[in-house]
Design a protein around this ligand. Structure first.
Ligand code: PLP
Length: 439
């Protein structure tokens, strides 16, 4: 197996351009883990090492790995109708049923879905639909999209342009126009920005209910209510990006459910299919849908080959059935409380742990030089903890943007107490190992 790892690693280095990966590091070390299977909260690699997937891979494998029921559903669907188009006058049953199911579970009166293959496409779709909507409503000047300064919305050109995290925007030297970034937890800053830009030029405001990739920032109580009322006051569409927070991740069906507000549009992906198929989408409110029905002429000239992919939609329907049948949203809430308690215990034991926070099964642990002053180390230590944790059998992620030094966690929603204790224990050991090595 060691030999097989080396052979594959060498092909990987030669031919595989990895997403969000340091090319230098890939060339120097090759992939660390070449995964071959997964079951529940665990992944196993080609060398036979098993690790807890403390991130549900990319915040997406909500129902856990290795679900035969899903494989069976995909097999049956592929055998009968693997793919057909949803353009023009064509449709298919899984896409119709999934759109109807989403209307049942989504916040507020979100009632119609445009399907995509993932979160970035969903974001680009949302911006285009929002702008097209204002064109239909006779307000074509409304084209600006306001997003938050530490947001992450994906890597398509529109999604990159909306992403507040600067390193993602600086990766390329030409972005889409008409995007503005506002301070992330200040409703007042949003109001000022709208006034400054001119309300008649703003199409929409977009936010993640809990910021994930930007370092796991949880909005203060009342924040989204104020945002909702500012958007209403200026007639601006409120879009939530539930790509990470949707489908039970935070202990409610959708992240925004914690805040007692509903958006006009919602982007989703990841947990809708728990990663078993590539699927995402944008939902729009019934009011918007009615306006579209009345005002739209000709063709809605936006559509992906895989919009409404029957196999992906069948997989998503089964995924949602499992989520509900096994009460996994409630489990996310209960296990999320255990995870946070575990973090607090580690905080009391380890000298380099500062703030800890969580909402459902999204959690963060900050590394600091000084617990009292919250001063950070000159060089971040979270990546070292990630490496120590991986050696000990736990996968987690570090966030070091904007001087942050944070570990983030999002284990599968199927995690049980025993597995949670193991996660916490490995994390504590990994932090201790790093702490001990600090001169
Ligand atoms: N929006 C949010 C909030 C995300 O976290 C992500 C990915 O992590 C995306 C959009 C982009 O999704 P995708 O990688 O499926 O294109």
């Amino acid at each position: 197996m060691e030999n097989q790892h080396e052979q594959l690693a060498s092909l990987d280095q030669k031919h595989f351009l990895h997403p969000t990966t340091s090319i230098k590091q890939q060339q120097a070390t090759g992939p660390d883990f070449i995964f071959t299977k997964g079951k529940g909260v665990r992944l196993t690699d080609i060398k036979g090492r098993t690790v807890i997937d403390g991130m549900s891979s990319l915040w997406n494998v909500n129902i856990g790995h290795g679900r035969e029921e899903i494989a069976q559903t995909a097999y049956e669907q592929m055998k009968t109708l693997g793919y057909s188009s949803c353009f023009a006058t064509f449709s298919n049953e899984p896409a119709i049923q999934l759109a109807a199911k989403l209307a049942e579970i989504a916040p507020g009166n979100l009632s119609a879905t445009f399907f995509t293959s993932g979160g970035s496409e969903s974001n680009d779709t949302a911006y285009k639909l929002a702008r097209h909507y204002w064109m239909l409503k006779g307000q074509p000047k409304r084209k600006k999209i306001i997003s938050r300064s530490q947001s992450y919305h994906g890597v398509a050109v529109g999604a990159t342009s909306a992403t507040g995290l600067k390193p993602f925007r600086d990766f390329t030297n030409s972005l889409a126009p008409d995007f503005c970034y506002v301070d992330h937890f200040s409703p007042e800053a949003l109001r000022q920005m709208i006034e400054r830009e001119g309300p008649e030029t703003v199409a929409a405001y977009i936010a993640e209910p809990v910021q994930g990739a930007g370092g796991l920032h949880i909005a203060p109580d009342g924040y989204f209510k104020e945002i909702r009322s500012i958007c209403d006051e200026y007639g601006i569409l409120f879009i939530t990006d539930e790509v990470i927070t949707g489908f039970g991740r935070t202990g409610t069906y959708f992240g925004v459910d914690h805040y007692g507000v509903a958006p006009d549009m919602m982007c989703f992906a990841k947990g809708v299919s728990s990663g078993y198929a590539q699927l995402g989408g944008v939902m729009i409110s019934e009011n918007m849908h009615n306006d579209f029905k009345q005002l739209s002429e000709g063709t809605l000239l936006h559509g992906y080959t895989y919009s409404g992919h029957p196999t992906a939609c069948a997989v998503a329907l089964k995924n949602l059935e499992i989520l509900e049948r096994e009460n996994l949203i409630n489990n996310a809430r209960v296990m999320g409380e255990e995870m946070l308690k575990g973090f607090q215990k580690i905080q009391s034991l380890r000298s380099i742990v500062g703030d800890v926070r969580g909402l459902g099964l999204m959690g963060a642990v900050e590394i600091v030089k000084n617990k009292e002053t919250k001063e950070r180390f000159a060089e971040p230590f979270a990546p070292k903890v990630v490496a120590e944790a991986a050696k000990r059998g736990l996968i987690c992620r570090s966030v070091v943007f904007d001087g942050q030094d944070t570990l983030v966690f999002a284990p599968p929603l199927v995690i049980n107490s025993e597995e949670m204790n193991e996660l916490i224990s490995i994390l504590n050991d990994a932090i201790e190992a790093v702490e001990t090595g600090i001169p």
